[in-house]
Design a protein around this ligand. Structure first.
Ligand code: GSH
Length: 202
């Protein structure tokens, strides 16, 4: 291996996509390895914790857990605060996104009746509470920590984008519409030239 490899499923979503975006914004030439679902069971046991994404860097063992990957990239490439308290504040928000995923992701594997009931309950309770907490931790904007894009913003962006398209049944596309700072971070990331250039690549 002579360049970094980011291993994830073949979809522009979630934990894998936020790590791809971080590598791209950092200006790192990396191999974007996309795993087919059929190949995953055999591979799962060989990953550090049984999940993707995994980042492989020349000369280091494989690194797993999206937040660890993002923080490492961010620290090395100016996309995570140098101040240790502000960095920890960003990491708290990154964990908040993981808490959201931990609530919503299990519904992907439910039968229709259970999925509907569980998601409607999330819409009534957990999701607004999650958004209120996120909103109250975003300070000046347009990004989480102010003027500069950081890895935390990529994670917030992916979380908001998940629902924005209206493709998650029983969760309205407008679920976060009343939270202007949260939507503002999503939009600022979407409109960032580095992010645009990732999606404009051929
Ligand atoms: N805490 C881990 C979670 C990893 C995870 O569950 N990834 C999902 C895809 S987003 C996965 O690998 N699912 C397949 C499986 O668990 O077998 C992270 O932040 O990367």
């Amino acid at each position: 291996m002579n360049k970094p490899r980011l291993i994830y499923f073949d979809a522009p979503v979630s934990r894998g996509e936020e790590c791809r975006l971080a590598l791209h914004l950092a200006g790192i030439d990396f191999e974007d390895v996309r795993i087919k679902p059929a190949d995953w069971p055999a591979m799962k046991e060989r990953t550090p914790y049984g999940g993707l994404p995994v980042l492989e860097l020349p000369g280091s063992p494989p690194l797993a857990h999206s937040n660890a990957i993002l923080v490492l990239i961010g620290r090395r490439h100016g996309l995570h605060p140098a101040d240790d308290f502000e960095a920890a504040r960003h990491e708290g928000m990154m964990q908040h996104v993981e808490d959201l995923r931990a609530k919503v992701s299990p519904t992907l594997r439910m039968d229709e009746a259970e999925k509907k009931a569980t998601r409607e309950a999330l819409v009534a309770g957990f999701l607004p509470a999650w958004a209120r907490a996120a909103e109250s931790n975003i300070t000046a904007g347009p990004f989480f920590g102010g003027e500069k894009i950081q890895v935390v913003d990529l994670k917030i962006h992916m979380a908001v984008r998940w629902f924005n398209g209206g493709k998650v049944d029983h969760i309205p596309a407008t679920i976060f519409a009343d939270y202007p700072r949260l939507v503002g971070v999503h939009d600022a990331v979407r409109d960032h030239p580095g992010v645009k250039s990732w999606y404009a690549r051929s």
